[in-house]
Design a protein around this ligand. Sequence first.
Ligand SMILES: C[S@@+](CC[C@H](N)C(=O)[O-])C[C@H]1O[C@@H](n2cnc3c(N)ncnc32)[C@H](O)[C@@H]1O
Length: 270
Amino acid sequence: MSRSETALEMHPYGVEYSYFCTKAAELTGINLHRYKSKQMHRRLVNYMNRRNIPDFPTFAMRLQRDSDEVAKLVEYLTINVSEFFRNQGHWEVLFDEVVPLLPDSAKRRMRVWSAGSAAGQEAYSAAITFAERSFYDAFILGTDIDEPSLSRAREAKYTVDEAKGVPEKLLGRYFRKENGMYVVKDLVKQMVSFRRHDLLGSEYPGSMDLIICRNVLIYFSEQSKQDVISKLAASLKQGGVLFMGATEAIFNSKEYGLTQIFPFFYRRLP
Ligand SMILES: C[S@@+](CC[C@H](N)C(=O)[O-])C[C@H]1O[C@@H](n2cnc3c(N)ncnc32)[C@H](O)[C@@H]1O
């Protein structure tokens, strides 16, 4: 028996599930093996029950035959829930305390990366934060694994409900109203650029002053989470800061060459 067959046999959810994950990864570009397996299995079973798909081999076959099925699965797997200024208090800490500490703060040309940017809410929140400090030369890179989310992010149009996290005075300053939607003004839009990036597969960009990676690692397996934090730390300039989500504290930050400076903010040690 070959080594890969042994690996399939040993999968806790069985050989058919493991085969499905491999096939689905090929077709969707999402490496299902590297997400939390219990959660992933449960979500896929729920999805199959809802869609009357009897088993994993049938599901794999449907994906192989029908690209619409692939798109539907990607939409289901990438949980794109986001908000502007999610956990507002943390953004206030960013604005008041962290921005002045960033390596290129004095030059006003910081490089910022919103990793797992969904439909752009987080990247534009960052751009607005820098614009409020008159750092219009800050460059914000927004990346996500999900192409439809990236298209929405580039469009920069949000419903009233989606924009509700934006404080009133910022809404007036950085958005215009168009056909009932809030559209990000060019002043901020030109600071942000979006592209596809898989945190579990793509090469990481470097020399970042600030990386915002929030509510993404919660879906990854423990090993993947550790790998990603190491790579994010390596993508920071010395003194650069990693901004994590409200449930994603890094307890052993020193092991990654990081030190906690405020809750959910970690600075790369020199
Ligand atoms: C719950 S949203 C978080 C959005 C935003 N960061 C926030 O906190 O509001 C998770 C995002 O991570 C993206 N994602 C999932 N797996 C990814 C991966 N391997 N690489 C990059 N992005 C990924 C999803 O497509 C989704 O847009």
